[in-house]
Design a protein around this ligand. Structure first.
Ligand code: UDP
Ligand code: MG
Length: 345
């Protein structure tokens, strides 16, 4: 019997792009079903990550029109990683395999066929890997690549040029449920689950509409999370720097004593100030890195829920006897002016 596939798609303020890509996802699902690769019970599962625009209304509308579209809504915006996790956990017991993919059309939807085929070949995780990133800006490309190298050098197992486009079997998800951390960096966590895995290359495209939600500061935040959630190499590095600086200062002390005995002391306040500043700087950076880890421990000990689902499609009309007003929450979109009224004034 063919497996049930759930395509998990996080969406945050994507009213512009969803009407374009939802049809593409459905076409791909039909293609996969038609070829007999997946079961007709397969679904497209949108995760609305607490959008402020009409994203949820669009998702609900799609679900009403076609039963293969379903959706869940997070009670507030919690970020891409948490949205993907919410979707995967929702799909875990309903599907045999899941594929997570962004909703903006940047990841090549047709790579799903190769991913499912790899699952048939016995792989439990299939990573979508960007074979070319010409469509990404030069800055994003180079920083991303250097970051992967940095992670590797710190002993974090990441798949080069893989983001969050991946096939994961429900078997892996059952085990993944045991990874209880609150600071999520999914692309670094799945390799830790183990099982047989492989990669499928695809070409990264430009966004079909709307704009990226990853500002520089959010990207840096995710990058920092990736390092500090999966590696303690920076703390070791601090110890290493501390030892080196102490050794140098020890040699300096011996040198100062020798110079003093030889009676050749030189006024050297400038060099001393530089050294003080340098060591002071290193100490502050070290404290910052340590603080980052302590902050992580603090968040992990709280063990707050990583996602909270407030709505599901198909349930939005009637809840506890109350009519759901989320449909009315936003005013209807302003109709586009076909022609500017001419100024006769
Ligand atoms: N996204 C999300 N929550 C957020 C930010 C983004 O669910 O807080 C979704 C977004 O709708 C998209 C995916 O995550 O489907 C990737 O985001 P985006 O395309 O903005 O990132 P980029 O591709 O530029 O790195
Ligand atoms: Mg994108």
């Amino acid at each position: 019997m063919s497996p049930i596939l759930y395509i998990v798609i996080p969406c945050y303020n994507e009213e512009e792009v969803l009407p374009l890509t939802s049809g593409m996802f459905l076409e791909e699902l039909e293609l996969l079903t038609g070829s007999g690769r997946i079961s007709a019970d397969s679904r497209i599962l949108f995760v609305d990550d607490g959008s402020r625009d009409r994203t949820w209304q669009i998702i609900s509308g799609l679900a009403r029109k076609d039963h293969r579209f379903t959706g869940i809504r997070q009670s507030r915006n919690r970020g891409h990683q948490n949205a993907v996790l919410a979707g995967l956990m929702e799909a875990k017991d309903r599907a045999d395999i899941t594929i997570s993919i962004d909703c903006d059309g940047q990841d090549d939807i047709h790579a799903m066929e190769a991913m499912v085929d790899a699952w048939y070949d016995g792989c439990e995780i299939v990573y979508g890997v960007r074979s070319r990133r010409e469509k990404d800006s030069f800055f994003k490309r180079t920083t991303a690549r250097s970051y992967y190298r940095l992670l590797k050098s710190m002993g974090v197992e990441v798949v080069y040029d893989h983001a969050d486009y991946r096939l994961v079997s429900s078997r892996v998800l059952q085990e993944f449920e045991g990874f209880r951390e609150v600071n999520l960096f999914l692309r670094g966590m799945f390799p830790l689950v183990g099982f047989r895995s492989t990669s499928v290359p695809y070409e990264r495209q430009e966004r079909l509409a709307g704009r990226s939600h990853y500002s520089l500061s959010r990207m840096l935040g995710l990058a920092f999370d990736g390092i500090t959630s999966l590696s303690i190499a920076p703390i070791r590095l601090i110890t290493g720097i501390g030892l080196t600086v102490s050794m140098i200062s020890f040699i300096g002390i011996i040198w100062a004593i020798v110079v003093f005995i030889l009676g050749r002391t030189v006024p050297g306040w400038a060099s001393m100030t530089c050294i003080f500043c340098f060591i002071g700087g290193i100490q502050l950076i070290s404290l910052g890195v340590l603080g980052e880890y302590i902050g992580k421990i603090y968040m992990e000990t709280k063990a707050r829920p990583r996602y909270i689902i407030s709505d599901r499609t198909g349930q939005e009309r009637e809840r506890n006897g109350r009519r759901d007003r989320s449909e009315d929450a936003l005013p209807p979109p302003v109709p586009e002016l076909k022609k500017r009224p001419e100024n006769h004034g």
